[in-house]
Design a protein around this ligand. Sequence first.
Ligand SMILES: Nc1nc2c(ncn2[C@@H]2O[C@H](COP(=O)(O)OP(=O)(O)OP(=O)(O)O)[C@@H](O)[C@H]2O)c(=O)[nH]1
Length: 322
Amino acid sequence: MTEVDTRIPVTVLTGYLGAGKTTLLNRILTENHGRRYAVIVNEFGEIGIDNDLIVDADEEVFEMNNGCICCTVRGDLIRIIEGLMKRRDKFDAIIIETTGLADPAPVAQTFFVDDDVRARSMLDAIVTVVDARHLGLRLADSHEAEEQIAFADVILINKTDLVTPQELEEVRQRVRTINGQARVHETVRCDVPLADVLERGAFDLDRILEIEPDFLGEDDHEHDDSITSVSISSEAPLNVNQFNTWLRQLVAVQGVDILRLKGIIAFKDDPERFVVQGVHMLLDGDSQRPWKTDEARVSRLVFIGRNLDQAALAEGFRTCVA
Ligand SMILES: Nc1nc2c(ncn2[C@@H]2O[C@H](COP(=O)(O)OP(=O)(O)OP(=O)(O)O)[C@@H](O)[C@H]2O)c(=O)[nH]1
């Protein structure tokens, strides 16, 4: 008699800041797949914003802020998973969205070194989203970005709309050089059939041990300490024109250092929440939904990058108050 594997499949979503992880997560959560997912989100920066950018779905979302999933909050991850296991009948699989700065190895390691977790869950695949437009920059300045690609079982080369065919070919080759075994998909806004991403049974411990022989041993990964985050908020509504002008000028001048910005903004006389996003010099913004009546109309903006001047950013933001 064969035993049925009742362990819950876990998908780890990685990819550098702004690559498209939340975009993929939202696609998963809104598509009609008939499965129930528990989602764990970890983000870098004091004010949690990701949770607000994830579509209102039926799925349960667990937020893990203030710390990187790959180190300080790993204990939290284990506790959340153990908590979920007590309600095993409520969902079919778990998805973990890591911060863009996370080294995926220690996250994956959690599923092998913790006995309780290992008995009840099973790492299904590491899915890495790559920003085609900024891959060259990333490989030049971030060890984590390379690790994320190296460890992937499935890779989405995303934002192909932002590169020329020639640039895309370079991206393909660089990805292939780092990881010749992962399934690679080329996407715009992570438009990939979900079956190519979820419940693939693709994680291969032997391959990982080849890349990192010490994978199951001591965890001694390092972080890029030059990257910091600045969070700003305002209870007074902002002036839309002033805000747009300020932000455009800011990324034009400091975009090299701004790896990521995201915010939820309350403009004066605007009933809608405005979501602004940026990666280096590229800005993106849209109304998200009307503010709810019981919701505090607080504007929040988070910057992640190098050489960020907290005081100057806060002062610039303050000048946008209507
Ligand atoms: N042009 C273009 N923009 C995209 C694409 N995919 C995502 N974006 C935009 O890129 C920005 C970042 O996308 P997210 O999905 O939030 O990225 P993320 O990896 O979750 O970001 P972090 O959680 O901050 O690391 C958003 O403004 C998206 O709308 C794409 O294929 N093409």
